[in-house]
Design a protein around this ligand. Sequence first.
Ligand code: PHE
Length: 355
Amino acid sequence: MNEELRREILGDPDFSTILEDFERGLEHASSVEEIEELRRAFVSRKGRITELLKRLPTLEPGERRRVGRLGNLLKDYVEKTVARRLSDVREMELRRTLVEEWVDITLPGDPVPRGSLHLITRVIEEIEDIFVGMGYQVVEGPEVELDYYNFEALNTPDWHPSKSLQDTFYLISPYGDYPDLLLRTHTSPVQIRVMESTRPPLYVIAPGKAYRHDVPDATHSIMMHQVEGLAVDEDISFSDLKGTLEYFTRRMFGEEREVRFRPHFFPFTEPSAEVDVSCIMCRGKGCRLCKGSGWLEIMGAGMVDPNVFRNVGYDPEEVTGFAFGMGVERIAMLKYGIPDIRLFYENDVRFLAQF
Ligand code: PHE
């Protein structure tokens, strides 16, 4: 407000109190609300300047012009001052909030715990990948099996020790209707199920759980996982089996591994072998892991017995094939240096999270 106008306003008793009251009020108004309040008190419809201007019609023309002019100039002054002050205060408040409520959006967020696949699942997937790369298909079969698929069709005679009540979990129906139901003791019954429903050529692997009535210790569990393999075609020979399993073993454990086939017996393969890999810890020299032998057993295998082919209606004169079965826990323990099979099932996240 210029000096001349101020002097003029201060010369008028009504206007000078209004101006003084306004300027004093402004000194104390520090928040947006207080300033708005002050504006309302002076220039709203009920404000003091407005009230004063309402009296204009009752005044002498000369006085009317003077009061009208001064009133409007004062109103103008109040409005501009209030507006300027409001924007100052708003800006100050913004700065204060920016400082007080400062958030560093570049800080990392609160971590959300992330799950991961169980090591057994991972190893099964590793095995699957290797065989799928060779053209195999992945299939599955039931864990609750018929005696026929688990034993009989696999050429396993009734007197075989694995059939004993001590080794196999039998599911006895309360009605006695299903005396031959059991928890499969290996994944080999899937061989029979696949051959029953498909014609050769056939290249499949079948991962899954198997159950045995073992006493749990560092290397035994009543439930473990196996991956079964079956290849049936014309002219499949033992050298195909050797080549396939050597390739698999080196992909799984490293190119420098040796693979050994030891003569063995399985009812459903003939000839049969147990397959060993050169010890991954001592590389064959002999150590605690391989119990001094330099070799670690990783699976059973062999050429499909002609009796098995006959049981599924394949002609053993027309087709030959090989089969193998490996223990997933055993492979995982060897590959990742896990000393006790029970670690897989205890659900201790400190163990599981390492893989
Ligand atoms: N089923 C056998 C076992 O559980 C492994 C095996 C599978 C052997 C296929 C030969 C052929 O020990």
